[in-house]
Design a protein around this ligand. Sequence first.
Ligand SMILES: O=C(O)CCC(=O)C(=O)O
Length: 295
Amino acid sequence: MTKVRIQFNQTDDHIAEYAGLTASDLAQAVDDLRSGRIIGAIFREAIHEETRKFAVSRLETLGRIGQSAFEAQFSPFHWADYFRNTRRWQGLSRSVFSNGKYPVDLVRVTVGNVQKKGWAPLRLEEGIAIAGLMRFIDEGVGLMPHNDCIAADLSGSQMTAQIDAQLALNVMLQLPEAGGEAWICPRFFSRAEYDANRLPEPDHYAVRANALPAPVTIRAEEGDAYLSNAAHIHEVMGCTGDKARSTLSRFVDLADISRRIRSAVKRAGVEIGSALAQVIANAGTSLQQSGKLAT
Ligand SMILES: O=C(O)CCC(=O)C(=O)O
C-alpha cells in the first residue's frame, strides 16, 4: 500500500495523497473519508498519459456522456430515461478508455468488496443510480458552492435512507489554462441550513459562499483523480482559456449494511402484516358469502 501523506500546507487541510489509483489505497481513502479523518484524497497519475489523451480525443468527438440523478429527478420522463440509459452510458464511458483502464471499474470492484466493513454500494428502488458522468466545463463557467446529497434530494426513497456516505470521485482528464480548481469546505449543512442559504435561480442548487468557512483547494493535475465527501460544500472555480475542463465523475454511495438489513426486515414485516390482513379479510368475505358469518 502507498504511504498516505496528509498535507498540512494550508493550515490543516487533511488531504491524503497517493501515487496512482489502486484498490487498497482507494479502500483506505474511503474508510478515512467516511470516518472524517481526511476531507479529500488525491491519487496522482491515476490514469496514464496515453489513456488520458485517448479519452480526451474520444470525448471531443462524442461530447458529454451521461446525466446526473440530480438533473434527472425533476421530471418523471427524465427520471425513467435516466434508469433506461445508465448501462448504455456506462458502456460508452468505458469505450473512451482503452481496455481495462476505465477507473470506474476499479471503484465498483473495490466498493463491492468492502462489504466486510459493513458497507455496500447503494441501489435505488428503480435500479442502479450511478453512471459515470463525463463532461466539459467551458471558459467562464464554474460550479457554485453546493453539496450532493441524494438522500436529501430523494427524501421519499427508503433506499437513500440507508446511505452512510456519499463520496465523489473525479478524474481530471483535461484542465483549463487557468482556474477550474475544486474547493472543499469541510462543513456539513442540514437541509434546513442549506435551503436558508440557497442562491436565487438559476443558481438555486448552490449556497452563498459567505455562509461558509475557508475552503481547502484540491490541487489535482491532468491525469490525477480526487475523492471527496460530496456532502461537504464544494465548488469549481471559473475556467479560463481555450481548453475546456473535462472530467470523469462518479459518485460512490455507500449504504450501511446494518441499516439496510433493518429496513429490509421492516419492509418484510409490513408486507407480512398486510398479506395477513388480506388473508383475514378474504377469509371473512368467503365466510360471509357462504353464510357462515353473521353480517
Ligand atoms: O468537477 C469537479 O471537480 C466537481 C464536480 C462537482 O462538484 C459535482 O459533480 O457536483
